[in-house]
Design a protein around this ligand. Structure first.
Ligand code: COA
Length: 374
């Protein structure tokens, strides 16, 4: 019997702070009209001082576990796709593992720019199909506001913060992930790049003085790459599943620019109701954009059981990826509320226990180190 990877849980976390186009006009030489006309963006979300990629990932992951009715200990792998990890190391995925109390999970970060979430989804789906893992949490999360140059009008109008998460689980039933596609072209690496802080330009007074710790982008070239790549990747991933655009119910593209989304829809011949767009309200939150858009599509009732979905992204690298998915989770999720309350309470206790467990493990490590003679 073949094992399929079914999407059984989803969750998102959006920071509360809204940054409007009008506010941006106080910071750089731009206008609400220009931003709306060239990008479709009206406002974006910015993480508060205390929020990080890990803290937002944890919130999104908890919601995904709730939808899936799974305990953290049932996860056997956690992938966090991000270009803005809390640290270069340890991996943000390990911070998420610890906070969730996912005691049986491996954890790693995945760097593929805005395409990271779809890369992660594809890696997870193929590990599940191969029998290596059963239940995998995939998070796309970003705190891009921390690497944006707020004096650069070519980039600061676009980017934002947030997190989205899904859980894939092995099941012999039909449906779930049908086909996957990943691609890259490193010759375009410099088109979208964070030059400082790595082994080429380690952080120093010089890198800060030269602004190398800020994201740099050649927007027009990235735009051309995106409008070519998204429709191609969509067609290819459908072909791999033995399907075509005519079979597609919903396209969930990376939310970068409304003009890119419109051009992709036009090229594929899709009507507006077959494509998800929320860039107007969130801007581009990179690896978080597709799982957040997926959550919203579910909440808005735009996904029905057995619908054929394609998730397609592009981004730094250059990279691109697509996933064709047959929606197999029954909707809507109606539950008797007392049971839900008890479950949610139990889950809260588990997260408290996870925090305590983390403290105890740190203490034990310190205690054991006392007995080690150097
Ligand atoms: N406000 C007002 N004017 C602006 C501006 C802003 N925020 N940003 C750029 N301009 C100006 C430019 O200086 C340029 O002026 P000039 O003609 O006098 O030189 C003019 O607008 C056109 O610039 P251009 O860069 O060609 O604009 P564009 O139509 O390509 O739009 C982007 C710029 C960034 C919105 C667009 O290229 C884009 O969305 N690219 C894709 C980026 C992306 O998706 N990145 C993430 C990938 S995951």
């Amino acid at each position: 019997m073949t094992t399929n990877a079914h999407l059984v849980g989803w969750g998102r976390y959006i920071p509360e702070r809204i940054l409007t186009n009008d506010e941006l006009t106080q910071m750089v030489d731009t206008s609400d009209e220009w931003i709306r006309a060239r990008t479709g963006i009206a406002e974006r979300r910015i993480a508060s001082d205390g929020e990080t990629t890990a803290s937002m990932s944890i919130q999104a992951a908890r919601r995904a576990l709730e939808v899936a009715r799974l305990e953290p200990s049932q996860l056997d792998l956690i992938i966090v796709a991000t270009a803005t990890p809390d640290y270069l190391f340890p991996a943000t995925a390990c911070l998420v593992q610890d906070a969730l109390g996912a005691t049986h999970a491996g954890a790693f970060d995945l760097a593929a720019g805005c395409t990271g979430f779809v890369y992660g989804l594809n890696v997870a789906a193929n590990l599940i199909s191969a029998g290596a893992h059963e239940t995998v949490l995939i998070v796309g999360a970003e705190t891009l506001s921390r690497i944006v140059d707020w004096h650069d009008r070519g980039t600061c109008i676009l980017f934002s913060d947030g997190a989205g998460a899904v859980i894939l689980q092995a099941n012999g039933a039909d449906g779930g992930v049908l086909s996957t596609l990943v691609g890259s072209d490193g010759s375009g690496g410099e088109l979208l790049c964070l030059p400082g802080g790595g082994s080429r330009h380690p952080a120093s007074h010089r890198t800060v003085a030269e602004g190398l710790h800020y994201l740099r982008m050649r927007g027009r070239e990235v735009f051309r790459f995106a409008v070519r790549t998204m429709p191609d990747a969509t067609r290819q991933v459908l072909k791999r599943a033995g399907l075509s655009v005519a079979d597609l119910n919903l396209l969930i593209p990376h939310q970068a620019n409304q003009r890119i989304t419109d051009a992709s829809a036009k090229s594929l011949g899709l009507p507006p109701e077959a494509i998800i767009s929320n860039v107007e309200w969130y801007g581009n939150n990179s690896a978080a954009s597709i799982p957040i858009a997926l959550c919203e599509a579910v909440e808005e009732g735009r996904i029905q059981q057995d619908d054929l979905l394609v998730l397609v992204g592009f981004g730094a690298g250059l990279t691109w990826a697509a996933t064709a998915l047959r929606w197999s989770k029954p909707l809507p999720l109606v539950e008797p509320s007392p049971r839900k309350k008890i479950w949610t309470f139990g889950q809260k206790l588990r997260y408290r226990y996870a925090a305590l467990r983390s403290l105890v493990r740190r203490f034990l490590r310190w205690l054991l180190s006392l007995g080690v003679k150097e």
